[in-house]
Ligand binder design. Structure first.
Ligand code: PEP
Length: 255
């Protein structure tokens, strides 16, 4: 990805396990009608089976490049006897630019931990793709005042990676798909902490984007983008409809 993306606000739509050929085409077709948004890096993360469809559909976007993002990747590299797995090289082969790593739903339903995430990030970097690491505390950790400890532990997978580019999504688990949004103060505090941690772990002079995720929608996006150190949003539910997703993209452009 070119250098300008490190100055842009990123708006990435995580479709999760949603979408059908026809609906996906309609959504991308609508996204193509958006006026130019030079301050925004737009991405869509469809289910793996639709990645090639998405990649082909975004190739004819005229005003705004739309990045094809994957929701996950195998911890195994290359090829081999790993039934059901999709490697980073395969994702690169079908035009993927960005891969989500460590979404809390991966830990919750697939028991994914730091060591697995580290393998995935390394594979993705080797394939020339940008990893987007998702971090965030549980409700219990926040109530116990351990939110920074939890996030620092998750961020530790970034130490010593052979890259200068780091993208993190702060997604408090209690805010994902619940309609509950962290307050501006909570977001500002954690985003500042994440910036500091990444600089400590990875050294000065790196490119950093820290996105917020957790019930972002067309009504709250502008306010969230006004918070210091918020470089964009990872959007779940509201990315499935053109009206809400495009309104969030516009809010990023105007922030
Ligand atoms: C997500 O899945 O990363 C997410 C933030 O979901 P939602 O916007 O639906 O809360």
């Amino acid at each position: 990805m070119d250098g300008s993306v490190w100055q842009q606000k990123w708006v990435i739509g995580n479709w999760k396990m949603n979408g059908r050929l026809q609906d996906n085409n309609a959504l991308v077709h609508n996204l193509r009608t958006l006026p130019e948004m030079p301050r925004v890096c737009i991405g869509i993360a469809p289910p793996t089976v639709y990645l090639l469809q998405a990649f082909n559909a975004v190739q004819i976007v005229l005003d705004n490049p739309i990045r094809t993002c994957a929701q996950d990747v195998s911890r195994f590299a290359g090829k081999g006897a790993y039934t059901g797995e999709v490697s980073a090289e395969m994702l690169a082969d079908v035009g993927v630019d960005i891969v989500l790593i460590g979404h809390s739903e991966r830990s919750l339903y697939f028991n994914e931990k730091n060591d697995t995430q580290r393998h995935k990030i390394e594979n993705v970097l080797k394939a020339g793709i940008t990893p987007l690491l998702c971090v965030g505390e549980s409700l219990e950790e926040r109530e116990d005042g351990r939110e920074k400890e939890a996030v620092a532990y998750q961020l530790s997978v970034l130490k010593g990676l052979p890259t200068k580019n780091f993208v993190v999504a702060y997604e408090p688990v209690w805010a994902i798909g619940t309609g509950k949004v962290a307050t501006k103060e909570q977001i500002a505090d954690m985003h500042e902490f994440i910036y500091r941690e990444v600089l400590l772990l990875c050294g000065e002079g790196v490119n950093i984007r820290v996105l917020y995720g957790g019930s972002v929608n067309e009504k709250n996006a502008a306010e969230i983008f006004s918070v210091p150190h918020v470089d964009g949003a990872l959007v779940g539910g509201a990315s499935l409809k053109y009206e809400s997703f495009s309104a969030i993209i516009r809010a990023a452009q105007e922030a």
